[in-house]
Design a protein around this ligand. Structure first.
Ligand SMILES: [Zn+2]
Ligand SMILES: [Zn+2]
Ligand SMILES: [Zn+2]
Ligand SMILES: [Zn+2]
Length: 285
């Protein structure tokens, strides 16, 4: 039988707002719209770890439990610890911490990408998953020396780096000439807004590594039936050397700097010839 005691000393007790320099959640002048009433707070801050689970050290999930000594943790974390509190070894997982659940449920604040156009007001427990896939999260321009970050990367590249982008059509084969000395080539989805980057990595000896990645936010829900956009890259046979090819699904990132491809096409030095270029056939979609 479930014991729902809620009067432990350090659970749900009112805490004086603290003003330490780091690790604060700040909520200033939030407006909470209900059906019958509107409440405005005067602004307050909460120490970050006051709202984090004592087991996973992440923001609490919706159901919060506590041990007899008032140590609090998410329900799923209690199960993972075989219902033993990691702080005091008392049983944990039977007593709901209702005051803390209530406090967490009452917290809402705008998405951190509001300046980029997201107008969502998020509850505490949904913030992390939303911001990880927010369509307004900024994407960074791949070109060296350019510090653009925003949600209009396609238009930015067309305006600022027009001569460096190659138009590609979806579900069509596009011929692209790659220069050995260029660390990547940018492909722009003609008639759409997607940006693809074809890294030409120098991280392998005696050749180059070709891969493909798209720079952009995740697709809006509902998710597409397939896991990602398929692609194929082919390097034609030259001087008795065989054709090379790779295919797969295109990973998606918001920032290509630091991207490491999980799979790539190795193009040995002999393919690049004296011109330092190769022609590749790229098919996306
Ligand atoms: Zn947890
Ligand atoms: Zn405990
Ligand atoms: Zn958002
Ligand atoms: Zn740029």
């Amino acid at each position: 039988m479930q014991n729902e005691k809620t009067d432990a000393a350090d659970c749900g007790a009112p805490k004086r707002p603290r003003t330490t320099a780091g690790g604060l959640y700040a909520y200033a002048n939030q407006q909470h719209d209900g059906e019958d009433e509107t409440t405005e707070t005067g602004g307050y801050s909460i120490e970050r770890d006051a709202l984090e689970c004592g087991i996973c050290f992440m923001p609490f999930q919706a159901e919060i439990y506590m041990c007899n000594n008032g140590h609090a943790a998410c329900g799923s974390c209690c199960a993972g610890m075989h219902r033993a509190c990691p702080s005091c070894r008392q049983p944990i997982g039977d007593i709901r911490c209702r005051p803390l659940e209530k406090a967490v449920a009452a917290i809402s604040s705008p998405c951190k990408f509001r300046v980029s156009g997201c107008m969502k007001i998020l509850g505490y427990t949904e913030r992390r998953s939303h911001e990880a896939s927010c369509p307004h999260a900024p994407c960074r321009c791949p070109f060296d020396g350019c510090y653009y970050q925003g949600s209009m990367l396609y238009h930015h590249i067309q305006e600022e780096h027009a001569t460096d982008g190659v138009d590609v059509a979806i579900r069509r084969c596009t011929a692209v000439t790659l220069h050995r000395s260029k660390p990547f080539h940018v492909l722009l989805n003609r008639g759409g807004t997607r940006v693809f980057v074809l890294p030409n990595g120098g991280d392998v000896p005696m050749g180059r590594s070709l891969s493909l990645v798209t720079v952009g936010p995740p697709p809006l829900p509902p998710p597409p039936p397939q896991r990602g956009t398929p692609y194929a890259i082919k390097v034609g046979a030259v001087d008795g050397l065989d054709q090379l090819s790779i295919s797969g699904t295109i990973p998606r990132v918001r920032c290509v700097q630091g991207f490491e491809a999980k799979s790539f096409l190795f193009v040995p030095d002999a393919y690049w010839g004296s011109s330092g270029t190769i022609d590749v056939a790229v098919t996306i979609g």
